[in-house]
Design a protein around this ligand. Structure first.
Ligand code: GLC
Length: 453
């Protein structure tokens, strides 16, 4: 037994690849900005990487929406069915989470939609609305080429889904077909939207400066309010002034634009994912990958003899064993305290970790999450600069933002450095944007129909 050697300096040095200078961040911004412009442009859209899909949402809620609506929320960690009552001074909502078993996530599209319709029917029975004809909003958080508020063609699956026969088809039709196969429900599907869009809508319902919606959860994405005239792919003719644009910025980097800052760990995550080469920016930011990024770095440092006396454990060497929630837990320990860190390491079979090891683990977590927060900040700064409005609120949802102890502070600091002087912003946690947003879309659509008849 030798003396405890402090390997922290060397771990810090190894982690420098996760630390981006402002110069690098600004280069990322230049590239993202041009990718967004390409997505919006008529002639460049086809070959663009950041697609900037139109949401066909042109009216933000004004707080006066009323009624009872159903909502489906597919695309995060959970699938949920909700019933929402928009009242004068209240917003009641009841919801139930249903599992999407792995074999359904990677099975056929028919099985997926049948499962969704079945959960919906059970939910309606339990809530005594099985016989009612209710309006439904569908939050479907995958890249959709929308051709209207109720028509969206799936472009690719993300976040571990890979159901066959759905890419290239209209997802609303898929849902309607499944409902028709059952034959027992009568519903009107009033709109389909993305979770980022839902988050924007539900925040705008309360705060009129809200013009950006952001998700940092299982995946990462942002949407924002653009001038309709800048949306060159829009064929709706002259219409309302604004349009919510779903950037699908998770795909940024799929053409190599981020290669100058990617690490060996990023490449390894990508190679072992179900969608290699795709969603490169998302793989540096979101909850589906952050824990695994930390694990890969820790494994490397263990093999180098810098951690745990060079000894890991079977679980620790297994892919996916280091959950992203561990990163939040470890960073929630006060400086100098390693209570949560020790618990996590024990769960992973690493109870032989010393305090120096724990300091090293914590440092790796901090570097990986800081990089994610900075990359998101660069993205938001691009949108804020592009919009050029004096004051914008960003509505944010997702487990990483919600549960990580420092993400919010890291973002506030970095965005302030990256935006043009004179612009102001607020970051606002959204309470269940996916669910409420779906109800609001349905409500606004019902209102517009009533207006027209
Ligand atoms: C993925 C999806 C996107 C969604 C995001 C957050 O990036 O492609 O549609 O908004 O995850 O859930």
């Amino acid at each position: 037994m030798g003396m405890a050697i402090n390997n922290l300096p060397q771990i810090r040095e190894e982690c420098e690849i996760f630390q981006w200078s402002d110069k690098q961040l600004r280069e990322v911004m230049v590239r993202l900005h041009s990718a967004i412009e390409k997505g919006l442009g008529r002639d460049t859209h086809e070959s663009s990487i950041v697609k900037c899909w139109l949401s066909y949402i042109q009216d933000l809620p004004n707080g006066k929406e009323r009624g009872k609506f159903l909502a489906l929320d597919l695309g995060g960690t959970n699938f949920r069915v909700l019933i929402i009552n928009l009242g004068d001074n209240h917003f009641d909502m009841q919801s139930k989470i249903y599992a999407i078993p792995q074999h359904i996530m990677t099975g056929t599209g028919i099985a997926l939609f049948d499962h969704i319709a079945e959960c919906l029917a059970n939910f309606m029975k339990e809530h005594g609305v099985y016989e009612e004809r209710l309006a439904l909003g569908f939050t479907f958080s995958f890249p959709l080429k929308q051709l209207g508020l109720t028509k969206g063609i799936l472009q690719r699956w993300t976040k571990g889904f890979s159901c066959s026969g759905v890419v290239g088809t209209d997802v609303v039709q898929g849902l309607k077909d499944a409902i028709a196969r059952r034959g027992d429900l009568s519903l009107s599907v009033m709109g389909i939207l993305n979770d980022a869009t839902g988050t924007l809508l539900s925040c705008a319902h309360k705060e009129r400066h809200c013009k950006i919606g952001l998700i940092i959860g299982t995946g990462s994405n942002a949407c924002y309010v653009e001038k309709t005239e800048a949306c060159e792919t829009f064929e709706g003719g002259l219409s309302k002034q604004d349009m919510v644009v779903n950037t699908e910025w998770g795909a940024f980097g799929d053409d190599g634009a981020l290669d100058f800052v990617r690490t060996e760990f990023d490449r390894e995550i990508d190679q072992h994912s179900v969608n290699p080469g795709k969603q490169i920016q998302e793989k540096m930011i979101s909850g589906m990958y952050l824990g695994e990024l930390v694990r890969l770095a820790l494994v490397k440092f263990t093999r180098m003899g810098l951690l745990f006396g060079g000894r890991g454990s079977d679980l620790f060497f297994q892919r996916g064993s280091f959950y992203t929630k561990y990163v939040s837990e470890i960073e929630s320990d006060k400086p100098g305290d390693f209570t949560s860190c020790m618990e996590v390491l024990e769960e992973l079979g690493l109870s032989h970790a010393t305090e120096a090891d724990m300091a090293g683990v914590r440092h790796v977590c901090e570097c990986v999450s800081r990089r994610a927060a900075h990359l998101v900040s660069a993205g938001l700064a691009v949108l804020l600069n592009k919009m050029g409005e004096p004051r914008v609120t960003v509505g944010i949802d997702g487990s990483v933002y919600r549960f990580h102890p420092h993400f919010h502070a890291l973002m506030c600091e970095k965005i302030a450095q990256l935006i043009r002087p004179g612009l102001q912003f607020d970051l606002m946690l959204s309470e269940d944007g996916s669910g409420r947003g779906a109800a609001l879309v349905a409500a606004v659509a019902c209102r517009e129909i009533q207006k027209a008849t």
